[in-house]
Write a protein that binds this ligand. Structure first.
Ligand code: GRF
Length: 188
């Protein structure tokens, strides 16, 4: 049985999509969802989906080994950041080499780095009149959005598309590709 641990900071629609994708798969299980926000909508989704969820604070994440020890105990085959906003501490990256993946809502290296998340990304893409955007699924290293790229998928932007329209297109790409790419990584 392959074990996935998910991290999310907000709505968690990707978490829900990933859970649905694997729900009838007897070889893959979602061990838990971790969040840094006690009122994140992802926690409501976990309740409905009957997935274990754990909220942690900044101290346990950065200043103690508390979370690291819990994670090690879970023996995850893959840690998936699905809309998780905090930087992953070095000790965690080193403890799980090539086992942490992130999804970024743009075509890295464009529109990556600190502060480039959610609507900030889509607003910047719109402001630059880009003709296309997309998603990047990549391994996580010590720097924001800089780990090895696993997969990129693109979508076209029409001149009349608003930043919200772009966000919708990105979510569609994420729902279509992210679970499949996770599946492929898990199975080599
Ligand atoms: C996604 O667009 C993801 O790429 C980004 O944050 C968003 C999370 O959306 N990192 P949701 O919480 O899964 O709905």
């Amino acid at each position: 049985m392959k074990r996935i641990v998910l991290f999310a900071s907000g709505s968690g629609s990707n978490v829900e999509n990933i859970v649905h994708y694997f729900q009838d798969n007897s070889e893959v299980t979602i061990a838990a969802v971790f969040t840094n926000k006690s009122d994140a909508k992802v926690l409501d989704r976990c309740k409905i989906l009957k997935i274990s969820a754990l909220h942690f604070n900044r101290t346990s994440f950065y200043d103690t080994d508390c979370l690291l020890d819990i994670l090690k105990g879970m023996k995850p085959d893959l840690i998936v950041l699905a809309g998780f906003l905090w930087k992953i501490p070095e000790k965690l990256v080193q403890s799980f080499p090539n086992k942490i993946v992130n999804i970024h809502p743009a075509l890295l290296p464009k529109y990556g780095g600190k502060g480039m998340y959610g609507m900030n990304v889509h607003n910047a893409v719109k402001a630059n009149n880009e003709l296309e955007t997309g998603i990047t699924i990549h391994f996580v290293n010590e720097n924001y959005d800089e780990g090895a790229i696993i997969r990129q998928e693109k979508t076209q932007i029409a001149p009349e598309d608003s930043a919200d329209d772009i966000a919708k297109k990105i979510h569609e790409l994420e729902y279509k590709h992210f679970p499949k790419v996770i599946d492929q990584i898990l199975h080599g």
